[in-house]
Design a protein around this ligand. Structure first.
Ligand code: HEM
Ligand code: HEM
Length: 240
């Protein structure tokens, strides 16, 4: 579980005292590794997915002399498999990791204090609160955004992505066996394409807000943020 390490007050020979900065180990190495590999895979998926939907101008010459769309699709499918395996691994880590590893998989809607926290964070992000609260893991608003905008959307992208992939692999493939049911809900493949495409924009929105919030909180909050996703440690800037 979490462990507080008191760095302690350090005085120099001039009598100046540094503030104690308690540190907690929050994001375990597998979560951090997954975060950055997953972020890279998703950026590749967004660029290649966009190009699948809006292809580059046609190349001249024989089709056999180049393989432009082929490469773009190949990179998309490779990044897709990496993202899917990463997701499965992240679910596994949700079970065996620390309590913070479970945060992105649920929202404690039944807890009043959670909703009070969400409201406080909305006011804080809207510049209506003077001082932020301290959280060891994700703050309640971040947790809500991560669950709805990231976890559910990522799952949706994997399911619809593999369903589309099964169209090329054929009815005898494992992709069809596992994800073919998607076409029972949306029998028209074009509709699945459109929803898969729409999911990309949900993720783009999440990423823009996510990076803004990470940088903003790194500057304005009372705790370390970006370095926590690198070292795993959350450092509190005041001893309160
Ligand atoms: C495709 C891009 C990205 C995606 C999809 C993404 C997604 C996520 C997710 C799902 C989490 C929760 C991690 C967990 O609890 O397992 C997270 C946390 C975090 N991400 Fe990202 N991320 C992306 C890019 C970035 C970038 C570029 C930065 C740096 C500016 C960043 C900084 C962070 C930080 C600091 C946290 C921890 C937040 C906290 O301390 O509460 N992320 N991200
Ligand atoms: C962050 C995740 C992902 C994003 C942002 C993304 C984005 C896109 C976009 C924008 C398209 C074009 C849709 C259209 O308008 O026709 C597309 C197509 C496709 N994606 Fe993804 N995708 C993601 C994950 C996946 C995954 C996990 C797979 C599974 C392997 C996958 C497989 C496919 C397939 C098979 C197509 C259709 C290719 C074609 O028709 O040529 N995608 N994707």
């Amino acid at each position: 579980m979490t462990e507080l390490t008191q760095i302690g007050d350090i005085s120099d020979s001039h009598g100046a005292t540094a503030i104690a900065r308690p540190t907690v180990y929050v994001y375990e190495a597998p979560v951090r590794l997954w975060h950055w590999v997953n972020a890279a895979a998703i950026l590749v998926l967004i660029v290649t997915g966009y190009l699948i939907a809006s292809p580059l101008p046609s190349l001249s010459g024989e089709a056999s002399a180049h393989f432009q769309m082929g490469y773009i699709r190949f990179i998309h499918f490779t990044a897709g498999q990496i993202m899917a395996i990463g997701f499965l691994f992240r679910v596994y880590w949700g079970f065996v990791g620390n309590t913070h590893a479970r945060q992105i998989f649920h929202v404690p809607v039944w807890r009043r204090s959670f909703w009070r926290g969400v409201l406080h964070e909305i006011r804080w992000y809207s510049f209506l609160e003077k001082s932020p609260k301290q959280y060891v893991g994700h703050n309640p608003l971040a947790q809500t955004a991560m669950f709805f905008l990231y976890t559910l959307t990522a799952l949706f992208m994997i399911v619809t992505g593999f369903a589309l992939y099964s169209e090329g692999e054929g009815a005898a493939s494992w992709q069809h066996a596992l994800f073919g049911w998607v076409f029972s809900i949306w029998p028209n493949s074009q509709e699945v394409h459109t929803l898969h495409h729409l999911g990309m924009w949900v993720l783009v929105t999440f990423i823009v807000v996510h990076i803004y919030a990470a940088i903003r909180e790194d500057i304005m909050s009372r705790q370390s943020i970006i370095s926590s996703m690198i070292s795993g440690e959350r450092q509190f800037r005041d001893g309160d």
